[in-house]
Design a protein around this ligand. Structure first.
Ligand code: COA
Length: 217
């Protein structure tokens, strides 16, 4: 029996996931989404089939899931991505990894089972990409860099060598993290920031050089 994929979610990230799966020659059945207004819409020529009850028509032996929930703004989005995936895994479903055929991945990198690697990204030798991570379009994860689970490295971000990024962090589009910098869990690096020193978890970092953003009251 051949394996087919269902994409969980139907937003922009879900479309990118489906596009990469199709480019890799996989069979994609469509999308699920709790929002009934999206049911029947099409993305990448595939339908939004319904809510989670669509899964009842399939079995984990025949269908793998792909996580289509992105994490664009802050750790909150990443939290939903992890929550939905862990909830469905607890019901016996398996989340597959996604690897666009034009992702460049070293044979000496470790990529966890459900990580997602998109077009023109580079994952270099000795790097480690945790479960549920997104390495988005044209992002660079340089040598020996370690991403905890459910980290999102957004489009065009560059993590120089030997960087550590804690779980559930978001590195914004076009950001640069200098070599050997360590970021704690649930860090949000703003788009275009340049991070040149270590930060503990939970901070939102913006600017060049990046500073923890002042909290507005
Ligand atoms: C940093 C970020 C998380 C802040 O989001 P937010 O909490 O909604 O912040 P706001 O848009 O309300 O902006 C708050 C302040 O921060 C500033 N700011 C926001 N993003 C910034 C950035 N990337 N760099 C510098 N300053 C930024 C705003 O100008 C604003 O300043 P002000 O208070 O002086 O007016 C967000 O702007 C960002 O950069 N997210 C990454 C997006 C991304 O990479 N998407 C790619 C998906 S693939």
């Amino acid at each position: 029996m051949s394996i087919a994929f269902l994409v969980i979610g139907s937003g922009g990230h879900a479309a990118v996931v489906a596009d990469a799966l199709l480019a890799a020659g996989e069979q994609v059945l469509g999308f699920t989404d709790p929002d009934a207004r999206r049911h029947g819409q099409t993305l990448c020529g595939l339908s939004v089939l319904g809510d989670d009850s669509v899964l009842d028509q399939h079995t984990p032996a025949a269908v793998l899931l792909a996580n289509g929930i992105g994490g664009a703004g802050a750790a909150g989005g990443q939290g939903l991505r992890a929550k939905v995936q862990r909830g469905l895994e607890a019901r016996g479903w398996h989340f597959a990894g996604v690897r666009h055929p034009r992702a460049v991945v070293s044979n000496f990198a470790q990529v966890s089972a459900s990580a997602q690697l998109f077009a023109n990204c580079v994952v270099q030798t000795g790097a480690s990409v945790g479960d549920g991570c997104i390495v988005n379009t044209a992002a660079v994860v340089e040598h020996d860099t370690v991403l905890g689970e459910f980290v999102h490295v957004a489009c065009g971000a560059v993590l120089c060598g030997n960087v550590r990024v804690g779980a559930h962090s978001h590195v914004g589009a076009g950001a640069v993290v200098r070599q050997s910098v360590q970021l704690g869990e649930a860090t949000v690096v703003g788009a275009g920031a340049v991070v040149v020193k270590n930060f503990a978890g939970g901070a939102t970092l913006v600017g060049v050089p990046a500073q923890a953003r002042r909290q507005h009251t």
